[in-house]
Design a binder for this molecule. Structure first.
Ligand code: PGA
Length: 251
């Protein structure tokens, strides 16, 4: 059985004090919510990770938003997957569309980052998703297929156990224009089919595929009710504990 996950991507938001406060609020809300159907993950900025780790309990896991493509050495400004592992951070996000678009991260770079993360013992939330022009021209299947093939298909079936996929159509990120549950389900089912073709049905059935892009406390329930949507990667709505917990409990 695959896991359900709701992950909050804080992006470049919150001062350190604000981040600690938000993590405390999320942790308290998760504790209060009792038995949950999903794993809860939050992804604060690098600088906040170790401080935030001191204020959350076992029911909230941490993710970094990025990691280096190299293991160590003269790469000024970078943070390696091994450093994250040494700080007790279990997850890292790779391939977010903002990294692809603003920082020129290609499929080849993302394949290296993902390999570094897995080699360091991290679990990877690997993001894919088409741009608006690709959606409008009907090329979205092609886009997500090539992102998966070029970013992940170098991995073995055993390595794939530590991969979570987040389908985030770029046109839905931060725009308030979420994909309909039908649009999201269509792509999620397609992703699972591609994975089954490469790794077999069991691996495909075990992979958690999250939806991201203007997912909020009002639409999460309908999205998560789809058979191939196993949770969400939440940006804006993860910056308020009250909204985020409503998404966590939307299953
Ligand atoms: P959003 O961002 O929820 O603000 O649209 C999602 C994401 O980028 O992960």
């Amino acid at each position: 059985m695959r896991k359900y996950i709701v992950a909050g991507n804080w992006k470049m938001n919150k001062s350190l004090a604000e981040g600690i406060r938000l993590a405390e609020e999320v942790n308290a809300a998760v504790e209060k919510a009792g038995e949950l159907k999903c794993e809860v993950v939050i992804a604060p900025p690098f600088l906040h990770l170790t401080e935030v780790s001191k204020v959350v309990g076992k029911k909230v896991s941490l993710a970094a938003q990025n990691c280096a493509a190299e293991a160590s050495g003269a790469y000024t400004g970078e943070v390696s997957a091994g450093m994250l592992q040494s700080a007790g951070i279990p997850y890292v996000i790779t391939g977010h569309s903002e990294r692809r678009t603003y920082y020129g991260e290609t499929d080849a770079i993302l394949a290296k980052k993902t390999a570094q993360a897995l080699a360091s013992g991290l679990k990877v939330i690997f993001c894919i998703g088409e741009e608006l022009s690709q959606r409008d021209s009907g090329k979205y299947f092609e886009t997500v297929k090539s992102q998966i093939e070029n970013g992940l298909f170098q991995l073995s079936a055993a390595e794939f156990k530590n991969i979570v996929i987040a389908y985030e159509p770029v046109w839905a990120i931060g725009t308030g224009r979420t994909a309909t549950s039908g649009q999201a389900q269509e792509v999620h089912a397609f992703i699972r089919k591609i994975l089954a073709g490469k790794y077999g049905q069991q691996v495909a059935d075990d992979v958690a595929i999250l939806y991201g892009g203007s997912c909020n406390e009002n639409n999460a329930g309908e999205l998560f009710a789809q058979p191939d949507i196993d949770g969400g990667l939440i940006g804006g709505a993860s910056l308020t504990a009250e909204k985020f917990i409503r998404i966590v409990t939307a299953f």
